[in-house]
Design a protein around this ligand. Structure first.
Ligand code: UDP
Length: 479
């Protein structure tokens, strides 16, 4: 073995969906920047798409200690891997991928073949806790990375208490606006309606509900928990989690943390994209032609499936608001319609709107023409909007988004929460408030939070120092 044999070598293993892969790649790059060797374990299918739509391989080629490896997610290639079917990925990974993962991590397996330093730490997606068993068996320290907000993680953590108190499962005649006492620290604002969508299952044996509940409870078995958030944003939830999982690293917003470290090292850092769809950059030219803060950007992330009725309500709400809009309609994201966007909408859009299938979102949000974001409240999108100081209209779809949108609307006051409502009149009214009548009162907290987010990743910031602590812990942790 070469002279590097004792140098730290981290294995990063994300759950194979866009939001998880993208931010764990950012973490990988941050670790590479600090001189660590990193192997990034992608599912075959995600890796093929990354190669097809991004320059990720050449981008990472500047880090000699970095390499990709791939593994099967166990599903057939034509599986949709989105919407409600995401739980299938989880099941097949546990059944098919887990034994493969163990095999490649064993001495002589492709992750520990002797050509590179042996894996000295694992950072695995926190919804794949089987990785703890495998890492422990090999005597390798393991950290879990959760891509959800700290508040959502905490709500997941409290599910056993919610079951014990009788709050869950939700009954048909339950008052959805009832406040909950069991999610400590959030009693003043978290309603039944704001619990993660999986809690709406009428039956506690629902697979997605079981997965998030059991995986979250297992977290304490890892050496530490990494969250993509910052102290000023989620101080209270982080304090609650630390009572149970003391070794917690809040290192977000990751995209801002990475940007700040790249800018410190390179004079002009390259544009980076981890997109699994082809980015349509024509929308940037369209934005260049629009007035400052005049455009509402509409995107519901990588997993949301819209019904045709929802698409039409959203479209009327947008058009009737008489605001210009840039709308991402992902391929195959509208149920029951091969072409996705009915021709009647496309024609009607010409006057005020621009539609793309996938956008360079971070750049879009940073564009001076963008004045608002109609979002599904995915956690990455929420953080990207905060850093860009763009107020939000939240229309949460599933998972953590119900919690995030409540925080945005009620706690942080960074926008409005349209939870469970998709009605053209409401959408029109809220967009007008966001862009015009309530704009000034919204922009004060939006700008304040943007400053705190950006400060957290500067040299004196909490996310900056928490990342350094993680790097030190990785460097000093022994197999
Ligand atoms: N995204 C993008 N272009 C788009 C839509 C989304 O680059 O047109 C990115 C977005 O910047 C974010 C990620 O996809 O980083 C979506 O993650 P999020 O957690 O918001 O939602 P999810 O897709 O996991 O539901």
């Amino acid at each position: 073995m070469d002279s590097q044999s004792n140098s730290p070598h981290v294995l990063i293993f994300p759950f194979p969906v866009q939001g998880h892969v993208s931010c764990m790649l950012k973490l990988a790059e941050l670790l590479c920047l600090s001189g660590l060797s990193v192997t990034f374990l992608n599912s075959d299918i995600i890796h093929r798409r990354l190669l097809r739509y991004t320059d990720v391989v050449s981008r990472f080629s500047r880090y000699p200690g970095f390499r990709f490896e791939t593994i099967s997610d166990g599903l057939p290639p034509d599986h949709p891997r989105s919407g409600n079917r995401v739980v299938d990925i989880f099941d097949s990974i546990k059944m098919v991928t887990k034994p493969m993962f163990r095999e490649i991590l064993l001495p002589g397996g492709c992750l520990n073949s002797g050509k590179r330093p042996p894996i000295s730490s694992v950072i695995a997606d926190g919804i794949m806790c089987f990785t703890i068993d495998v890492a422990k068996e090999m005597g390798i320290p393991i950290y879990l990375f959760r891509t959800v907000s700290a508040s959502c993680f905490w709500a997941f953590y409290c599910i056993p208490k919610l079951i014990e108190s009788g709050d869950l499962p939700i009954k048909e005649d339950d008052e959805m606006d009832r406040l909950l006492n069991e999610v400590t620290g959030m009693e003043k604002y978290l309603r039944l309606r704001d619990l993660p969508s999986f809690c709406r299952a009428s039956d506690l044996s629902d697979r997605a509900f079981q997965v998030v509940t059991t995986e979250t409870q297992e977290t304490y078995r890892a050496n530490g928990l990494i969250l993509n958030t910052f102290e000023d944003l989620e101080e209270s939830a982080l304090a609650q989690i630390r009572k149970h999982i003391p070794n917690l690293y809040s290192i977000g917003p990751l995209h801002a943390n990475l940007k700040s470290r790249l800018e410190a090292k390179l004079t002009s850092p390259p544009r980076s994209s981890n997109s699994l769809w082809e980015e349509d950059r024509t929308c940037m030219t369209w934005l260049d032609e629009q007035a400052q803060k005049s455009v509402i950007y509409v995107s519901f992330g990588s997993m949301t499936m819209l019904s045709r009725d929802e698409l039409i309500e959203l479209w009327y709400g947008l058009v009737n608001s008489r605001k210009n809009f840039l709308w991402v309609v992902r391929p195959n994201s509208v149920a029951g319609d091969g072409q996705n966007i009915p021709a009647q909408l496309l024609e009607g859009t010409l006057e005020r709107g621009y539609m793309v299938r996938w956008a360079p979102q971070e750049e879009v949000l940073a564009h001076p023409a963008v004045g608002g974001f109609l979002t599904h409240s995915g956690w990455n999108s929420t953080l990207e909007s905060i850093v860009a100081a763009v107020p939000m209209v939240c229309w949460p779809y599933y998972a953590d988004q119900q919690v995030n949108s409540r925080l945005v609307g009620e706690v942080w006051k960074l926008g409005f929460d349209m939870k469970d409502i998709c009605d053209r009149i409401v959408i029109e009214k809220i967009i007008k408030e966001l862009m015009d009548t309530k704009r000034d009162e919204l922009m004060r907290p939006v700008e304040r939070m943007m400053k705190m987010a950006r400060r957290s990743v500067t040299k004196d910031g909490t996310s900056y120092s928490n990342l350094n602590r993680l790097i030190e812990d990785i460097k000093t942790s022994k197999k």
